[in-house]
Design a protein around this ligand. Structure first.
Ligand SMILES: CCCC(=O)SCCNC(=O)CCNC(=O)[C@H](O)C(C)(C)COP(=O)(O)OP(=O)(O)OC[C@H]1O[C@@H](n2cnc3c(N)ncnc32)[C@H](O)[C@@H]1OP(=O)(O)O
Length: 301
């Protein structure tokens, strides 16, 4: 399913309320306008009310009903937006013009946050020109250096998001620099353990294989060339990266070098969290809202 199809599959019947932390940003307001005009979301815009109002006027949303503005300074915006979700006034949280770590600290807040007891992790769905399916990259934005147990939960979070948009049994490639076990490379040891954990039922909802280098994960020619067979090699739906630096560089290189489109959320929390890079386009933010709405829909079925 392409991201445009994902967006078109959401109707006004599925309409959700999104609380945006630090909404005073042009790309954020453009995505708000598109989601609002499609009837798929109403918004609680938290942040600098003067700037938000100015942008709403600029985009002809000055008189729009269903757009609530809450004044909050930059230090308060994240927690105020999170509280709108934890209190049930909003269904989805969205990052605006705020550093990721500030938003996530509010999400992890023990009293008002959105913890579930599970690992929260970033899942990005990419439509890459020339690749025949959406490819999910995890974790590019939250977990800095996950251990084996955390990687297992990160895989399950991504698998549930992929299933939510119609991938029946997601194929997960655990990425490393090589496709053989090298005891000096922790990523290869973890990949091997995750593969066994999946075979023994400790990781569900997906098929896991690794270690795989990126080429063997996404190109059947590259996999065949190296004599790698299996259900995942060459046709991965999900790429698990070993650490945030790899994930973040892969995320940004797909967008800037390959012209990929993206929709991204934090999974595993009490509610989906729209989390793109601040520099990402309004279109990416809109696709991310669509992914969050679809995730909620799937959770409720
Ligand atoms: C990809 C596109 C967008 C981007 O480019 S994003 C840019 C890159 N991303 C970032 O800079 C964020 C990277 N991550 C971080 O900064 C931090 O890990 C993060 C999420 C802010 C948490 O930092 P701290 O608050 O310092 O966390 P901490 O390790 O001291 O833990 C505090 C409590 O929170 C818990 N926690 C941390 N990460 C968690 C997770 N993933 N899932 C569930 N719980 C988590 C942790 O267990 C701890 O709990 P407790 O207080 O001991 O009960």
């Amino acid at each position: 399913m392409e991201l445009e199809h994902l967006l078109n599959s959401i109707t006004a019947e599925n309409k959700k309320t999104v609380a945006v932390a630090a909404a005073e940003d042009e790309e954020v307001i453009k995505s708000v306008k598109q989601a609002y005009e499609r009837g798929i979301a109403s918004f609680i815009l938290v942040g600098n009310a003067e700037k938000i109002n100015f942008l709403l006027q600029q985009y002809n949303l000055g008189d729009a009903s269903d757009l609530q503005i809450i004044e909050a300074n930059s230090g308060q915006a994240a927690l105020e937006a999170v509280k709108r979700v934890s209190s049930g006034q909003a269904d989805i949280l969205m990052k605006g013009m705020i550093p990721t770590s500030d938003l996530l600290k509010a999400v992890l807040n023990k009293e008002a946050g959105l913890r579930t007891g599970k690992i929260l992790s970033h899942v990005a769905a990419f439509e890459v020109p020339g690749y025949d399916r959406l490819v999910f990259v995890t974790d590019s934005g939250m977990n800095i250096n996950p251990d084996l147990q955390q990687k297992a939960q990160i895989i399950e979070n991504a698998a549930l998001i992929a299933k939510g948009i119609g991938v029946r049994m997601p194929k997960v490639a655990v990425l490393a620099a090589v496709e053989t076990i090298n005891p000096s490379m922790q990523a290869t040891l973890d990949a091997s353990a995750l593969t066994v954990m999946n075979k023994r039922g400790q990781i569900s909802h997906c098929i896991v294989e690794g270690p795989l280098a990126l080429d063997n994960a996404i190109s059947t020619e590259a996999a065949e060339h190296k004599g790698i067979s299996g259900e995942v090699a060459g046709k991965a739906d999900i790429l698990l990266v070993p650490a945030i630096e790899t994930g973040n560089a892969l995320y940004k290189s797909l967008i800037y070098f390959s012209g990929a489109k993206v929709g991204a959320v934090i999974a595993g929390a009490r509610a989906p969290i729209v989390l793109t890079s601040r520099a990402d386009s309004a279109e990416s933010k809109l696709f991310s809202i669509a992914l969050a709405v679809k995730t909620l829909q799937h959770k409720n079925t």
